[in-house]
Design a protein around this ligand. Structure first.
Ligand code: FAD
Length: 446
């Protein structure tokens, strides 16, 4: 079979890897000059770093298996994480159940109540009972208004902004179970995985393998149209490195772009499918990566539970990963998830820095702008699907109404939330779906 793949992020590359491993031809088109999409990297003081912070949870078995299969297992390390919670002008330790018991902003009874319900949540193996209720309603009813307002509401606001009260309880259930699965040892401390040398190395080896297995991978290669004939996707219109648009024919096409890009590329879809594509919205991510000459805090992950701060989390990468990889420098991500039309999203890097610095000084009063050796500003569109109630029913199928055209994007990852692990899983599953359909005569195959 010949399969055209739109997008050279983790899902597109995982699909191409599987198809070429099975003896088929896959051709990947990535519009950016680099591969990896949301998990792509850039160079920092001799090391490679993700544009947006990245780590793995212990439950991320699909990507872990892939990393081993690619011969990079020796590079994957599981490290003790440190989590903090900035509330009321100070940083609280927030990594283990004991930390919750010591968390004074809630009364002792409130802490017990939050702890017991969190434990119950962790023990619930299935998400369906949470599908129809918002996180706000479920959590404030069980954990109390104060417990919700102090702990959960800032987290929901941070990730989903104005949509925070619309988010389904399934999303929280998933986050809680993931984090617990990553806790190890008597202290129940969270351990996170990271491929030393960055996710960029995994992407590089994936590309090499696809090519060795007979596939093709193009960067700076933008797909402008999915062409159909008699209800079947037959070819792609692509522009390679700014040259003339050309048409390439395939037996099947897998699109891994966000849904709002897919609707621009694909022929008009039947209403029911189109409604699903348009029914799920996304938030973007705005990231400022500071390269510092000293440590900012001693936490890897610091949740910011203060609505007046213009960021929702600080991730000090070098509190998890050895800073020797970055010439001894310290790396701090400042993260937020605004909508594309927000002021924050549009703000240029220098203005963002002016906005952030006084707030960073509230968290660490010693902090001075002179600590910043360099800063890097990244925006990621389509970074986070907004996961409302009854989300599952609104997910578009991987098999689109057009024969031979498949969609594999982050809106279809559920009940889990987007993540490299699930893009690996989905890429492989959809690639196999293409092969199965070809075998059973659902789509044309050679
Ligand atoms: C800030 C941030 C932090 C994250 N942290 C983690 C983490 O800690 N752990 C984790 O596992 N995951 C994390 N993720 C999520 C993870 O990176 C994504 O879920 C995953 O990489 C998505 O891969 P994908 O291939 O499905 O989509 P994408 O990476 O979005 O890939 C889609 C690709 O399609 C390309 N494309 C779009 N239109 C066209 C076109 N017309 N022609 C050609 N190409 C096109 C895009 O350029 C893009 O490269 C994080 C994401 C963000 C934004």
């Amino acid at each position: 079979m010949r399969v055209g793949i739109i997008g050279g992020g983790v899902a597109g590359l995982a699909a191409a890897y599987h198809l070429t491993k099975e003896g088929h031809f896959a051709e990947v088109f990535e519009q950016a000059p680099f591969l990896g999409g949301q998990a792509s990297t850039f160079d920092v003081f001799g090391g490679r770093l993700e544009r947006g912070y990245h780590h793995l949870f212990v439950s991320d078995t699909d990507i872990t298996e892939l990393i081993h299969e690619l011969g990079l297992g020796g590079k994957l390390e599981w490290l003790e994480s440190s989590v903090g919670f900035y509330h009321g002008g100070r940083v609280w330790d927030f990594a283990s159940p004991m930390d919750l018991l010591r968390f004074k902003p809630l009364s002792f009874l409130q802490r017990i109540r939050v702890g017991l319900w969190t434990l119950k949540l962790q023990k619930t193996g299935h998400y369906r009972k949470y599908e129809t209720v918002t996180a706000k309603d479920w959590l404030s009813k069980r954990m109390g208004k104060k417990g919700f307002e102090v702990i959960w509401e800032p987290l929901l606001r941070g990730k989903f902004g104005d949509f925070h009260d619309k988010i389904g309880m399934t999303w929280i259930w998933n986050k809680v179970t993931l984090r617990v699965a990553s806790r190890k040892g008597a202290g129940q401390v969270e351990h996170l995985g990271y491929p030393m040398g960055s996710f960029g190395e995994v992407i590089d080896v994936l590309e090499q393998r696809i090519i060795q297995q007979g596939g093709a991978v193009h960067t700076s290669a933008s797909v402008s149209k999915i062409v159909e004939s008699d209800g079947t996707a037959t070819s792609l219109e692509v522009q390679l490195d700014g040259s003339e648009t050309e048409r390439r024919g395939y037996d099947a096409v897998i699109a891994t772009t966000p849904s709002y890009v897919f609707t621009r590329l694909a022929p008009p879809m039947p209403k029911e499918y189109q409604d699903k594509l348009e029914g799920i919205s996304y938030l973007s991510a705005v990231l400022m990566v500071l390269v510092l000459d000293r440590q900012f805090t001693n936490k890897y992950w610091l949740n910011i539970a203060d609505p007046d701060m213009p960021f929702v989390a600080l991730i000090e990468h070098t509190n998890l990963i050895d800073r020797k990889l970055y010439g001894g420098k310290h790396i701090l991500y400042i993260s937020n998830y605004p909508s594309r039309d927000s002021e924050l999203y549009k703000m240029p890097a220098e203005e963002l820095m002016d906005l952030f610095v006084p707030h960073l000084q509230k968290i660490n009063p010693d902090f001075d702008r002179s600590w910043v050796i360099e800063h890097h500003h990244h925006r990621v569109d389509g970074a986070q699907p907004i996961v409302g109630i009854n989300y599952g029913a609104g997910i578009p199928d991987h098999r689109t109404p057009l024969t031979g055209l498949y969609l594999a994007n982050t809106t279809q990852i559920y009940p889990e939330d987007r993540g490299t692990n699930y893009s690996v899983r989905m890429g492989k599953q959809v690639a196999q779906m293409v092969l199965d359909d070809a075998g059973s005569g659902i789509s044309p195959a050679k």
